[in-house]
Design a binder for this molecule. Structure first.
Ligand code: SF4
Length: 185
């Protein structure tokens, strides 16, 4: 089973649950939606820490925020969180996960994105029609609380925004930065 991993804190609630259900888990950190390579690396370090603590394999996907901006965010910079841009973002990350799972012989994949109370699990489930997608809703059975507790125990970095520049709490000038990264300004 390949677990698409958005960050260590969210995955910390998923790995034990999948194991309880009898799955052998590999974490797949795929996060080109993150707005900077520094933030990408910070979240990757947390995912690695969890992988070590739980003794699971971790695969890190490449980081290509320019591709994400072009294929997901273009024209949707002002869409609100939980809107169309986020649905496209789920499709993007799950497509990469599905491709990796297919290329490397995994029977199934799931995503840690469903841990977050800020994300609607139904929209995440609609983002991939792949037969191997296990629609596990990790926010059920107190998943989010588990992620908070385990993050504190393991000292994992917990970010205060979802990931792309459009989700930064202070977002004055956000659009301009995105356009600069796409080379439009
Ligand atoms: S707010 Fe989060 S889910 Fe939505 S597009 Fe940005 S990174 Fe993706």
């Amino acid at each position: 089973m390949l677990l698409h991993t958005c960050c260590g804190p969210c995955a910390s609630a998923c790995v034990p649950r999948l194991r309880e259900e009898g799955h052998e888990v590999t974490m797949f950190y795929s996060n080109s939606n993150i707005d900077s390579s520094e933030e990408f690396e910070k979240r990757l370090a947390g995912a690695r820490r969890l992988a070590e603590a739980d003794a699971v394999e971790l695969v890190a996907d490449g980081y290509d925020h320019g591709d994400w901006l072009k294929n997901v965010a273009a024209g949707l910079e002002d869409a609100p969180e939980r809107g169309e841009r986020c649905a496209g973002c789920f499709r993007y990350n799950l497509a990469r996960t599905a491709a990796y799972a297919a290329a490397h012989g995994y029977d199934a994949f799931a995503t840690s994105l469903t841990v977050s109370p800020h994300k609607v699990s139904r929209v995440i489930f609609e983002a991939s029609a792949d037969k191997r997608f296990l629609k596990a809703d990790f926010k059920k059975r107190d998943g989010f609380r588990t992620s908070l507790e385990r993050s504190a125990e393991l000292g994992l970095y917990r970010q205060d925004y979802c990931g792309c520049e459009f989700s930064r709490p202070r977002n004055g000038g956000v659009r301009m930065r995105a356009e600069q990264k796409r080379g439009e300004k």
